[in-house]
Design a protein around this ligand. Structure first.
Ligand SMILES: NC(=O)c1ccc[n+]([C@@H]2O[C@H](COP(=O)([O-])OP(=O)(O)OC[C@H]3O[C@@H](n4cnc5c(N)ncnc54)[C@H](OP(=O)(O)O)[C@@H]3O)[C@@H](O)[C@H]2O)c1
Length: 323
């Protein structure tokens, strides 16, 4: 079948590891189902897979088909959206706390292909009111944004959320979700285009990256990493919460302990979301009539150029591949 995959990891030149070609169809074992992929969305995680970077202890086994997220049709005709978090079959409770949790393109083949095999519970019937295109972006960046905002940020109604970065998949999700939920939404961006996009999506105020804010805020979601970390620490108010959801500019930063204890700041990490988060988010998207910001829709054959755009920081919102 057609697939976009990593032949072997290449840390410094991930685009050299991309192959647009043919891979065997997935074997569908007991308890799993086959999805004919119609739409699959790009994530920064795809660059990690190409580079050989994983959050888990065991290395990725190559060749590995890329893609964490997608929507499509089961063999029985059911239209579905994929919940990306998998784990041990006997785990109960928060899926992201399962020591065995993983997502597509880590231990099992990903969604950038004609077909992907998924555990039956991960194939969620697509709700009426959300298209396959929009549903295909819900799995990773949007799910993470949803949980960071509604489970981790401790934000109360009308309080202020600062989103570090404006143009990306997760940032645009945070802005759209935060605005729909009634928060005061502020965002930073490196570019005028990023700020413009944030305002178009509902941000009340925007700032240049690392620009001093007019006042401190109650919660910050930071996926940028070291480039924004000192600004996040300087911008969080007394008793506020910083949720770390990524490290686009790196994964090391220093933690100033005195303001943390004196100002009683909570710093927490957040990764992906539960099945319940995913179901709740789909319901919220439909009820609030949110149209996720999708910057580009291209045939999957064009994956290499889209991966290059993400590597060079030229994407905005989500990129979706169609099949
Ligand atoms: N915790 C999780 O479960 C989870 C899930 C999904 C993603 N992530 C992580 O979250 C991060 C963001 O993911 P994404 O899908 O939103 O990525 P993306 O679409 O590529 O967006 C990158 C974001 O970073 C900002 N940025 C600031 N400085 C940057 C720089 N020097 N280079 C590139 N971008 C810069 C951009 O904002 P401006 O261009 O407006 O400045 C943009 O909002 C990644 O590190 C990803 O791995 C984590």
């Amino acid at each position: 079948m057609f697939a976009v995959y990593a032949s072997k990891p290449n840390l410094d030149d991930p685009l050299a590891a991309v192959v647009v070609g043919e891979r065997p169809e997935p074997k569908v074992t007991e308890g799993w189902v086959r999805v004919k992929v119609s739409h699959a969305s790009l994530n920064r995680h795809d660059l990690f897979t190409l580079r050989g970077i994983t959050a888990h202890d065991e290395p990725i086994s190559y060749p590995m088909i890329l893609g964490n997220d997608g929507a499509g049709v089961l063999d029985d005709g059911t239209e579905i959206v994929i919940y990306p978090v998998m784990g041990s079959s006997d785990w109960r409770g928060d899926e992201t706390l399962d020591p065995d949790w993983h997502i597509f393109s880590e231990r099992v083949q990903g969604t950038f292909a004609d077909f992907v095999a998924v555990p039956r519970r991960n194939a969620i019937p697509r709700p009426a009111g959300i298209s396959a295109l929009d549903a295909s972006v819900m799995g990773t960046a949007w799910l993470t944004a949803y949980r960071a905002l509604f489970t981790k940020s401790n934000l109360g109604p009308g309080e202020t959320l600062l989103v570090q970065g404006a143009s990306g998949g997760m940032s645009t999700a945070l802005i759209q979700l935060g605005r729909a939920a009634g928060y005061e939404v502020w965002a930073t961006s490196r570019t005028a285009e990023g700020r413009e996009l944030a305002e178009k999506l509902g941000a009340h105020r925007t700032f240049g990256s690392n620009e001093q804010l007019p006042r401190k805020v109650e919660a910050i979601v930071d996926s940028v990493g070291p480039a924004s970390w000192p600004h996040s620490m300087a911008s969080i108010g007394r008793g506020g919460t910083i949720v770390i959801t990524g490290g686009t500019t790196g994964l090391e930063a220093s933690l100033p302990l005195l303001p943390m204890l004196a100002e009683q700041i909570t710093v927490c990490g957040s990764i992906m979301g539960t099945m319940q988060d995913m179901q709740n988010m789909l319901g919220f998207i439909v009820a609030a009539q949110i149209k996720p910001e999708i910057g580009q829709v291209v045939p999957m054959d064009c994956a290499r150029e889209a991966l290059r755009a993400m590597w060079e920081g030229r994407t905005h919102g989500k990129t979706v591949f169609t099949r």
